[in-house]
Design a binder for this molecule. Structure first.
Ligand code: ATP
Ligand code: MG
Length: 356
């Protein structure tokens, strides 16, 4: 929990401090007043970087540095400092209780669930955002997963760059990368499919409750080979498709081509569910994220809801509020009444206004 927050030259803020409620914090202001910036500050303080911008973009335009300071309920301090450096990436340091870190690992970060309108598009368009959704969540729940993800990306890029130099390419050159890639892929796919299994334990029930319907909803990780024996199948495929991959200039199968599907009574959501149904699935996934993080980590997650309240209908808005009670929550809105009427106690209103 964060009890107070100070923003200095962070985005549109010059130097502002906020007292935060342990329950629901409703951030109210017109468009472009700094609501999302404030939520982003909470996220950066908790997790070290933004979900929508590079570090340099977080510093107020024309300023040399930005700084966030917060305290928790035990009065422990938490600071993020960003210093712009000419022609380089900004220097970023974290200070937790006076101790300085260059990287914010899982042990230093606070668990956060962010829900914003873009997430409602999870089942629209290509599979990349769904793979990222799973991988981002795994980074927050599973120690070592972010390293695994990085290693897989790097091995894939190496193999792909070899494929793009066809004159020099020999099987002996690619072989070690096939081995490395298939080994990392096995671990990656097993982590993803375990996560989807965990999601499935509660998704159907939760969906029924939120939608008040009897539809059977299940999530499926669409893996090309069974996760238990992924390495050997994938390795064989990498070897047999070498010629094909060489012509295309990239690796044509593997975890980087797989997808997460949600089925409505046997039909994929992407093609058959209504917009409202898909929204409700995403809402259910977000609520499950809170539980998954809570089980995986020592701390209770923070919940950031940017603009989604107005995107949900009254019934789902009401259903969502039923699940918020245990979590420190931040809700942005341009219309305070829309949100406050759903809560009775432990809410505080934070009014933001644009700097001139
Ligand atoms: P909406 O209701 O439209 O979502 P909002 O209140 O969430 O609006 P923000 O996204 O927080 O608005 O942005 C507020 C303002 O911050 C914008 O006018 C934007 O131009 C400005 N801004 C963004 N980044 C920076 C920066 N690095 N320095 C200064 N101002 C910035
Ligand atoms: Mg906004």
């Amino acid at each position: 929990m964060i009890t107070d927050l100070r923003l200095q030259d962070f985005r549109s803020y010059k130097d502002d401090s906020f007292e935060l409620s342990p329950g629901v914090n409703i951030v109210v202001g017109p468009n472009a007043s700094g609501k999302t910036n404030l939520l982003e500050a909470v996220l950066v303080l908790a997790r070290g970087s933004s979900y929508r911008a590079t570090d340099a973009e977080l510093v107020k335009f024309g300023r040399p540095w930005a700084r966030l300071d917060g305290h928790n309920e035990k009065n422990e301090t938490r600071t993020v400092k960003l210093v712009i450096e000419e022609g380089q990436k900004p220097a970023k340091t974290y200070e937790l209780q006076g101790k300085t870190y260059r990287r914010m690992g899982l042990a230093q970060s606070l668990p956060v669930v962010l829900f914003e309108p873009n997430h409602l598009q999870l089942f629209v368009g290509g599979p990349e955002r769904r793979r990222d959704y799973l991988d981002d969540l795994l980074e927050q729940t599973t120690p070592g997963f972010s390293t695994l993800r990085r290693q897989y990306r790097r091995a894939l890029a190496q193999r792909n760059s070899l494929l793009k130099q066809p004159d020099k390419l020999s099987e002996t050159q690619v072989f070690p990368w096939n081995i490395r890639l298939s080994q990392l892929a096995g671990q990656l796919v097993r982590a993803r499919s375990q996560l989807v299994e965990d999601i499935n334990k509660n998704l159907g029930k939760l969906y029924k409750k939120l939608a008040g319907s009897r539809d059977n909803v299940t999530a499926i990780y669409e893996s090309r080979w069974i996760p238990e024996h992924y390495e050997s199948h994938f390795l064989k495929k990498l070897e047999t498709s070498l010629e094909d991959d060489r012509l295309r200039g990239f690796t044509s199968s593997g975890p980087h081509r797989e997808d997460l599907a949600v089925m409505f009574g046997g039909h994929p959501a992407q093609s058959s569910a209504s917009r409202g149904e898909v929204r409700t699935v995403v809402l259910a996934l977000k609520i499950l994220e809170l539980k998954l993080l809570e089980n995986a980590r020592d701390a209770t997650p923070l919940l950031l809801l940017d603009d989604v309240f107005s995107e949900l209908d009254g019934k789902r808005r009401h259903a969502l509020t039923d699940y918020l009670a245990p979590y420190q929550t931040f809700i942005t809105t341009t219309d305070a009444d829309l949100v406050t009427k759903h809560f009775t106690d432990k809410t505080s209103i934070i009014t933001v206004t644009k700097y001139r």
